[in-house]
Design a protein around this ligand. Structure first.
Ligand code: 5GP
Ligand code: ZN
Length: 304
């Protein structure tokens, strides 16, 4: 998927010091300016949903491995998963580890998988939290959540990072509540792009399910238009970048976590995700690397 990367945009960002390579493709330190654009977009995203009176959650970049397995992430996207391994041996084992380190052998087999994994999307840890509270209130529930996310997709395209920040609104409720939530957010997102003077389009998309069976899952997702994306040309004009997604999970997570509506039916869920770095990169791509030269309305919108 690493197509048509404009080497100039990537190298301009690095030359300007907005992103600073850290020795693994897709892993960057960010300058204060870059992060202030990201932070402004984060606030703007939150304000866009202020009328929903959503429950605010801020998540760490790791989640429980048990919840990750139960959600089906490892089965569907093993190629993207990042698991956390730890050393838990004794003194003899430690000596073996140090020997391997000193002789530059592969020492990673001396570790075992821990009970945490890196969060792949901000909404995954939300479902078991809500499920643990019992039935949803009448009218369902909305969560406004941010998390650092990890996906093992090393790339030189700055829009494809291994670790990035996602701001999501997650809706849990009846099928009708969830469907109208997603439709409303597509319009809100288009309004946000217009406010930021970014050329955006809505497209039907699919998740990168693994393998042959995954191709069929992706085809069915497209056929039912369960995933929509707001795309903006960033690294490439021919292949625009997904900067937001609007996902209707139907009753998948409701059934997985036994989340029930107030009248005891299996809940439907949907989420809308803002890829904060990708939106920031879209601003730099379309308005230039000097924030002082951006349209005043755009700077006002993100508080810069
Ligand atoms: P999704 O769960 O739809 O794949 O991701 C939600 C949003 O997170 C995407 O629309 C995108 O904005 C952002 N995102 C997904 N993958 C990456 C990535 O590799 N790098 C960055 N910076 N953002 C990503
Ligand atoms: Zn989500």
């Amino acid at each position: 998927m690493n197509v048509d990367v404009s080497p100039s945009f990537a190298s301009e960002l690095l030359q300007a010091g907005l992103l600073i390579p850290m020795g693994s493709d897709g892993l960057y330190a960010r300058s204060g300016l870059f992060e202030s654009v990201v932070a402004g977009l984060d606030v703007m995203a939150g304000q866009l949903g202020a009328d929903l009176h959503a429950e605010r959650l801020s998540l760490p970049p790791a989640m429980s491995r048990a919840a990750f397995e139960q959600a089906g992430y490892m089965a569907s996207f093993p190629q993207l998963a990042g698991t956390v391994h730890c050393f838990c041996g004794d003194e003899a084992h430690h000596r073996r580890l140090v020997q391997k380190l000193e002789s530059h052998e592969d020492w990673t087999g001396e570790q075992t998988a821990s009970d945490v994994v890196l969060t792949p999307a901000a909404c995954y840890p939300v479902y078991p939290i809500i499920a643990s509270r019992g039935k949803l209130p009448r009218g369902g529930h909305v969560v406004n959540v941010t998390a650092w996310c990890f996906r093992r997709e090393p790339s030189r395209d700055p829009t494809r990072m291994q670790m990035f920040q996602m701001h999501e609104f997650v809706r849990l409720g009846t099928e009708a509540e969830v469907t109208s939530f997603r439709a409303a957010w597509v319009q809100r997102a288009l309004g946000m792009a217009e406010h930021l003077v970014l050329p955006a389009r809505i497209e039907v998309a699919n998740d990168p399910f693994f393998g042959h069976a995954g191709k069929m899952m992706a085809a069915s997702q497209v056929e039912q238009a369960l995933k929509l994306e707001l795309t903006i040309p960033v690294s490439s004009d021919e292949t625009p970048t997904a900067c937001m997604s609007f996902n209707n999970h139907r009753d998948k997570f409701g059934a997985t976590w036994d989340i029930r509506t107030s009248d005891d039916t299996v809940a439907h869920t949907a989420c809308v995700g803002f890829g904060l770095e990708r939106l920031a990169l879209a601003l730099f791509r379309h308005h230039g690397l000097a924030v002082s030269a951006w349209p005043v309305t755009v700077r006002d919108a993100i508080g810069l």
